[in-house]
Design a protein around this ligand. Sequence first.
Ligand code: THU
Length: 135
Amino acid sequence: MDEKVYINLIDEAFKAREKSYTPYSNFKVGASILFENSKIFSGCNIENASYGATNCAERTAIFKAVSEGYKIIKAICVIGSFEDFTYPCGICRQVIIEFAESENIPIIIAQGRDKYVVHKLKDIIPFGFSKNNLV
Ligand code: THU
């Protein structure tokens, strides 16, 4: 996948992070996801006074996409607020494999346009449970 695609996803994730609703943790996360037909959906984390009702940035982006008719994830970018890289939580990893095009899609963990790492999905959720296992 072209590096320009990564940079575009990083820019979109930064923009999404600005919309984070985080009065409880003040930990802002932005995600941007490339779907079929080159369509990008982005999302932020949305917290709640009942903490468990919080929605992560990755799932916000995925649920926006699926509700608009897109459901093949080709690449994901996540930008958090740690000084180090911020990785998707376990629940988000599970939701990502539900819609990922393959176990090799790039997961771009970024802190800036020139500071990011790329992992394959299968490396951040090995032996994942998905419908592809249900034969
Ligand atoms: N968070 C995300 O948005 N994505 C993740 O993958 C990790 C955690 C959010 C949830 C909560 O609003 C804040 O980060 C602190 O946990």
